[in-house]
Design a protein around this ligand. Structure first.
Ligand SMILES: [Zn+2]
Length: 873
């Protein structure tokens, strides 16, 4: 990525002197359907931009951004300038600006295979080509000439010429029927409201389109009409449940209009499910893009539908938080991401049928945040983002999940009404503008009644300092078992020492004498002070409970710890805990104890084997499976791995056979069984399920499950290339090819691992989706002997890092650097090698160092956990 960075200081200076009146962008995408090998220019498309802008200091110099292989002409204020003189590959110099300026640039830009810019994908099923754009934070410049920073907003007018049988979509509706031109049609889209360049979008191709309509009477008597569209590739249309997508969409539009009191300002609302997408989804106004894995080809659990609904609502919240009101620079990325993450769960529980939103939030999103917040690279929610490389890495567990958890805590602190009234004022005051933290705190100070000082203190504690606190209950009882003192202890890590005020609920649980269930007997809400000890006199005088849960109801963001007696209760009776959220919180607390090396990994696995089969919440069960796999791969002492792998497989098979036929739990256990199966009899069953000679009542071995089972055989060395490739006869699709790639890379042979290295590291020919598939297969763990195959790549990994970082696009570099870190080679030698690299590369790009530091920290954590597990005795 040589020379493609942009610093905050440069952006600030540019925004100080420039303001933009309009963009007119013309793209000619007819070349997209030319066979790449045959036609000159097939890898490129024509891009013409007319940029009208003002300069408050006439005579000053500035620059525009463009990443293009070829610039044909540059005309500034009517004067043609030699592109060679002003274009350096990523910037166009703009010397001696006038007060009012017009820049016209004609360029040829490149189609992308990395998901950055204008991505081109050809469907193996029907040979059709599909395009979509993805820009955040700074890839609009791969498609047109722009000022690539969020605070230079402008109206954008897009004109797109495409093959005649295509559909073309952009942020705004098309202003009339497309016009015929030679071998194509030209689509003219209405100008957008003032928006930032990173949320502009074009989606083009022979997409399958479902349509619907949303209407609402506004408080002022006007009727708001929003045409809705949902798109996917034609070959996925048979699986596309657009009705369900529209239902959630309408529920969300109802909710956000009700709560935000600001009519949706972007006209249409289309949602495109697109191939080889790098992220979950992107909130482009009027044209949200999603990864197409959200179109379910095979049976998935309710948790997958819930997850998709959450993403739909998250992106919708961005129409207000992010698109209408936008952060000034990436330091305040959280101003949109934390809010959207919080609002996604909030809206889901309020208006959809997916009622487990807060359980998933507590169990999955917060687990992400806790992990990230304990890395040496953690940062405050409001971050210090020096440049675009920093920005790229900031789409992390802090910005999303911790920020959202902190907002949940804020709602507990100021109340729901004050929170939403603050949001309403924020939108009205800053519509189509840009904001910083101070603007948000100002409205909250007004509406919360807590005043500016209190909000500033809250912000310092929660937004401006890093780290997670641990809360532990401490009980003193007398000889009769009555509580005589109840204290909540607060701790912080040495590196992130802030203790905070927390609004929490403490729940007390006891066994019901009749049913034996663990039920809540008391709950008190209280403020924990920003100190090490908070006394809770309300709970003195009660009999000692079986279980104390600090942060009952999940109001604050903290690691829950237990007193000894409560921990013993959970080991014996976690499955008896009736309350779903309390149970999810307990599971997540036990996982944190394991990760922190405070509970031996095998103790954790013991509890999972004992109680996971009784877990009714499917999302929680699926995280338990994931965590059990991580514990086995990384935290169990190496000598015990094989035995515990076998025990997990045995437990999985037991639960698989016991699960309700055809239900979600059966499917989840089938997948977990496939992930842990290793013995000859396990593999025999896997072969039988694939061949149809073995059956488990109600279990549909559909295409996705077939690939999961094939992966098991591949990783065990029980399926060769021919056997794996034969599956394409059933599933010769993009997904089939991707899943086959995972299987081939998972084979336990030196040749298979060498092939991954060659194709991913030594070559740059693979698209993003296949890079990811190769890495997933390469790192397939478990099983004796398989780690030895990846161990020889630890050294080459460290040797190649800087080259990868400098030569590959940032999306691909990110995947390689974090994906190929030798995480399975959990030895002191790997740790020392990582430390050596860090010492010798103090001046490497900070974003690269960050990724290596994080891999190193995970490794150190694994070694600590293994030592704890070894000492279990
Ligand atoms: Zn988002």
């Amino acid at each position: 990525m040589p020379g493609t960075n942009l610093t905050r200081d440069e952006a600030r200076e540019r925004a100080r002197i420039l303001s933009v009146d309009s963009y007119e962008v013309e793209l000619d995408l007819r070349s997209a359907v030319l066979p790449v090998a045959e036609a000159e220019g097939a890898g490129r498309f024509r891009s013409r931009t007319v940029l009208r802008f003002r300069c408050s200091e006439p005579g000053a110099d500035s620059f525009a951004d463009l990443l293009a292989p070829e610039v044909r002409s540059v005309v500034l204020n009517g004067t043609a300038v030699d592109p060679e003189q002003v274009f350096d590959g990523s910037r166009i110099a703009l010397p001696g600006l006038a007060e009012s300026n017009e820049l016209v640039v004609e360029a040829f830009c490149a189609y992308s295979r990395t998901g950055e810019g204008l991505h081109r994908f050809t469907d193996p099923v029907d040979g059709e080509t599909y395009l979509y754009t993805q820009y955040e934070p700074a890839d609009a410049r791969r498609v047109f000439t722009t000022f690539e920073q969020p605070d230079l907003k402008a109206p954008f007018s897009f004109t797109v010429t495409a093959p005649a049988h295509w559909q073309v979509f952009s942020n705004s509706p098309a202003g009339g029927d497309p016009v015929a031109v030679e071998s194509g049609l030209t689509w003219q889209f209405a100008p957008t409201p003032r928006i930032s360049s990173y949320i502009t979008a074009v989606v083009a191709g022979p997409y399958h389109v479902a349509r619907d309509h949303y209407t609402r009477l506004l408080p002022d008597g006007r009727r708001l009409e929003i045409p809705l569209g949902a798109l996917c590739r034609a070959s996925l249309a048979q699986y596309f449940d657009s009705d369900e997508i529209f239902t959630v969409t309408k529920q969300g539009l109802d909710f956000f209009h009700q709560e935000f009191d600001y009519p949706y300002p972007f006209g249409t609302y289309d949602q495109a499910f697109v191939p080889e997408y790098n992220l979950g989804a992107m909130e482009n106004p009027g044209l949200v893009t999603f990864r197409e894995e959200y179109v379910f080809r095979s049976k998935v659990t309710e948790a997958a539908y819930e997850g998709r609904a959450n993403v739909i609502l998250h992106e919708m919240a961005h129409m207000w938080f992010g698109n209408l009101v936008t952060m000034q620079w990436w330091d305040d990325l959280w101003l949109k991401e934390s809010f959207a993450d919080f609002m996604g769960a909030f809206a889901q529980v309020e208006v959809t049928k997916y009622q487990a939103g807060w359980i998933t939030f507590a169990n999955r999103r917060k687990t992400w945040a806790y992990r990230q917040d304990q890395l040496p690279t953690t940062h405050p929610v409001t971050a210090d983002i020096r440049d675009l490389e920093d920005a790229k890495l900031n789409f992390d567990g802090i910005t999303y999940a911790k920020g959202a958890a902190v907002l949940k805590q804020l709602v507990a602190y100021v109340g729901r009404d004050a929170f939403f009234e603050g949001a309403r004022r924020y939108f009205k005051r800053h519509a189509f503008g840009n904001t910083t933290l101070a603007d948000l705190l100002a409205v909250l100070a007004e509406t919360s009644g807590r005043g500016g000082e209190a909000m500033a203190a809250w912000s310092r504690a929660w937004l401006e300092t890093a780290g997670v606190n641990a809360l532990t209950p401490q009980l003193v009882t007398d000889s009769t078992g009555t509580v005589t003192a109840f204290t909540v202890l607060q701790e912080a890590a040495v590196e992130t020492p802030t203790l905070r005020p927390h609004r929490i609920a403490v729940g007390l649980f006891d066994r019901d004498p009749v049913s034996g269930a663990l039920v809540r007997t008391h709950k008190v809400e209280l403020d924990v002070t920003a100190g090490a000890r908070t006394e809770v006199p309300e709970l003195v005088g009660l009999p000692r409970p079986a279980l104390v849960l600090v942060n009952d109801e999940d109001l604050t963001y903290c690691k829950i710890r237990f007193d000894e007696a409560s921990l013993a209760t959970l080991r014996e009776s976690l499955g008896e805990l009736e309350d779903r959220l309390a149970r999810a919180l307990s599971w997540s607390a036990l996982w944190n104890l394991t990760r922190d090396g405070l509970m031996p990994a095998r103790d954790y696995l013991e509890i999972v084997l004992r109680f996971a089969g009784r877990e009714s919440d499917i999302g929680v069960l699926q995280s338990l499976h994931q965590q059990a796999r991580t514990a086995l791969d990384l935290y169990v002492t190496p000598g015990a791995r094989d035995e515990w792998s076998a025990r997990l497989a045995e437990g999985a098979l037991r639960e698989l056979r016991a699960a309700e036929p055809g239900g979600d739990h059966q499917l989840a256990w089938a997948r977990f069984f496939a992930q842990t199966a290793g013995s000859e009899s396990d593999l025999q069953l896997v072969r039988g399920l694939l061949a149809g000679t073995a059956r488990i009542d109600g279990l549909d071995v559909d295409q996705e499950l077939r690939w999961t089972l094939l992966h098991t055989l591949a990783a065990a060395g029980a399926a060769d290339e021919a056997a794996l490739t034969a599956e394409l006869a059933r599933d010769d699709t993009a997904s089939g090819k991707r899943l086959l790639t995972v299987c081939l890379a998972a084979r336990p042979t030196p040749e298979a691992k060498a092939a991954v290295w060659r194709e991913v590291v030594d070559s740059d020919q693979l698209p993003n989706a296949l890079v990811e598939a190769q890495i997933t297969g390469f790192q397939s763990a478990a099983g004796t002997g398989r780690r030895e195959l990846v161990a020889p790549y630890a050294e080459p990994y460290f040797e190649v890092l800087e080259k990868v970082w400098s030569e590959r696009s940032i999306e691909i570099a990110l995947r390689i650097v974090s994906g190929l870190f030798p995480r399975l080679v959990t030895t002191e030698a790997t740790l020392e090698r990582a430390d050596l690299w860090l010492r010798e590369h103090a001046a490497a790009a900070p974003a690269l160092r960050r990724l290596v530091l994080e891999g190193r920290d995970d490794l150190a954590r694994a070694l600590r956990a293994q030592r704890r597990d070894a000492a279990r005795g």
